[in-house]
Design a binder for this molecule. Sequence first.
Ligand code: NAD
Length: 352
Amino acid sequence: MDVLLLPGDGIGPEITAVTRTVLEKLNRLFDLHLNFAEDDVGFSSLEKHGITITNALIERVRNTDMTILGPVDTAHYPPADQGGVNPSAALRIKLDLYANIRPSRAIPGLPAVAPDMDLIIVRENTEGFYADRTMFAGSGECMPTPDLALATRKITRNGSFRIARVAAQMAALRRKHLTIVHKANVLKLSDGLFLSEAQKAASQQGDLVIDDEHIDAMASLLIRNPAAYDVIVTTNMFGDILSNEAAELAGGLGLSGSLNAGDDIAIAQASHGSAPDIAGQNLANPASLLFSTVLLMDWKGKQAKRSDLQTAAHALDGAIIKTLQNPQSRTCDLGGTASCSEFGRAVIKNLE
Ligand code: NAD
């Protein structure tokens, strides 16, 4: 099975290097027969190919079993017509990775505002309010006059149904509770469509408790009663914001894994950005990318019926948690003094 690592920008090369070393150890321990390769995305691709992500790379990802994508510094890219394409968006759209799966789970022994939180946010990834994915041609944002900017929000019947189906399937394997988050009281047509399709998909799963909340209420409820939620499904932008809130409540953005999944392809990607302020200093916390890799291995294990991958994913999850529980191996964002590579070595030790 092939594993492709795309280091990306900023702290990306540091955290993907740690992830590769940990995976190589896992490969030996569990005899997984993984073959590793790396390729350019972001500024390194811009330098070599004149564009931050090439079509050839997108095709390579399509044909690779497991891809791990480092963070990309999109805010500092040149305009798209000068090669500064958002690689995350390009991969999500071209490979139809419509489900962004973002668990938030507090880790015993690590400080958290919500120590009993254990939920998954399933965020629609290919439509919603993101102007780069709402149009067949052109952008969903425009300025008809210098003083007026408009953005288009796209909600489709199929997009709403399929994301809720993924969420319902996940809920069925967990505590059987699905919460649909929307704003159908104001966005009556678009979120009305999302809500009705999500309810339809969820009801087909059977044996689930299904409820729904308005996004503004949900933002408060996550703080008031975080243990009450199991799987939450929502549209693109609501999910982006809500998942960061949940991650912070559960211990910090640097700890939350993230998977971009379609029906046949998935990509692990940390939920944080490229952290240019600490790049190149061996200070970054690689836990988010490592937890994302756990999600990817588990997903691939299920899809390819490779229980050894799932067993290895479970072992890796335990080793990352054990590393985080030891204050000596925590990185500076968690109040520790360990470097990025020391964190990686501690994970490897905890795997043995
Ligand atoms: P950021 O997540 O990169 O950084 C926010 C803060 O968190 C910074 O202080 C940073 O040092 C810290 N931080 C982030 N990840 C960390 C880690 N693993 N370990 C320790 N500290 C960490 O957000 P930003 O500064 O708003 O964005 C920087 C760049 O990343 C921008 O170009 C943005 O567009 C991009 N971005 C990319 C992704 C992605 O690739 N998935 C996601 C979000 C932002």
